[in-house]
Design a protein around this ligand. Sequence first.
Ligand code: CA
Length: 420
Amino acid sequence: MFQPRMGAPAARRGHFRAGAVMKTVPLLSIVPCDHCSNACEHPGAILPMKRRAFVTTLGAAGLAACAAEQGDAPAGEQQRFSWRMVTTWPPNFPGLGTGAANLARLIGEASGGRLRIQVLAAGELVPAFEVFDTVSRGTAEMGHGASYYWRSRSEAAQLFTSVPFGLNAQEMDAWLYYGGGLDLWREVYAPFGVVPFPAGNTGVQMGGWFRREINSPADLQGLRMRIPGLGGEVLRRAGGTPVTLPGSEIFTTLQRGGIEAAEWVGPYNDVAFGLHQAARYYYYPGWQEPGPTLECIVNQRAWASLPADLQAIVRIACQAINCDMLAEYAARNARALRQLLDEGRIELRRFPDSVLARLRDVSERLMADLAERDEVFARVWASQRDFRTLSAPWQAISEQAVLEMRDSGGPPAGATDAQP
Ligand code: CA
């Protein structure tokens, strides 16, 4: 999905404080992962030397600040808490980092300042991929990131972000809140002393930027593409070569031909990175990430220390941000797409059906293989897969049907149907 580092083109455009990014986000060395055969973005693959056993009890430093605040505080609703939220995002990262900041601000406002949360960008307290461990230990009470970064902790964790050919944003919310998904998520994180909440969604992403056309499955052979996680593994099994690159290197590597394609997020974040200046063909749909959910995670003991009304505020604020981020991406992606099409320098393409069919087949086999190796993964995947099966007929005659009816003119102006 999104690499928690930044790229030069966006920095030049002033979408965030590039100087702070470069200062606070260390360059991480990428090594082959021992969870899959290719280099990937799994935390364990990127920082193997940092891997260590989880400490599920709260560290001494964990609630020190909180406890100090509460020392002489009156009981019950007047207690005041001062928490830290570590994130996997650079400061002010558009949409994601700003979403975490909005969450902290909302909780502070709604609680009348009784629960204040200091937001820390990646690298300010800990590197991006140590967020989960840090919250598990209690060194920080709260974190914001994406569950699929924690695959080295639990294979099943990645199922709560997004799965190739899986649920869209609306369906993810439906599964999490009303389909048993959130209960499973809590169960998966419980051994680590971490409580998860859905807290943001980018909506469906784009298939990515390509320097050459993709007209058939044969064009995937040998394709060198920046694509992380499960999507990358699918590409590898389909004959391509997934490449892992920090966000800061995508633009220059693509522009210089070191890779032939790259997926990032969608028009809003892609334009900020300048990817439209590095490749001509912009493919959709984003089969690899149809509706990635972001997470807010809370240390279990810190959570238990909150009075019921502050717990309710955190829960409601997470739901508010979960909704707000999706709305923001929907609006900003639409505007960025319009800008791209108006400029007229790119070609918007739909993946041919034959390519999508091949990738879908490979994805289903990959998920089945992973389920065979991990019992918890198997249980969560079964729940999500069954929900997809349940949801599909309703989506077909509701959201999908109404969009087809409303926009019967076909793909947006400027798009080319790439069906061979
Ligand atoms: Ca992505």
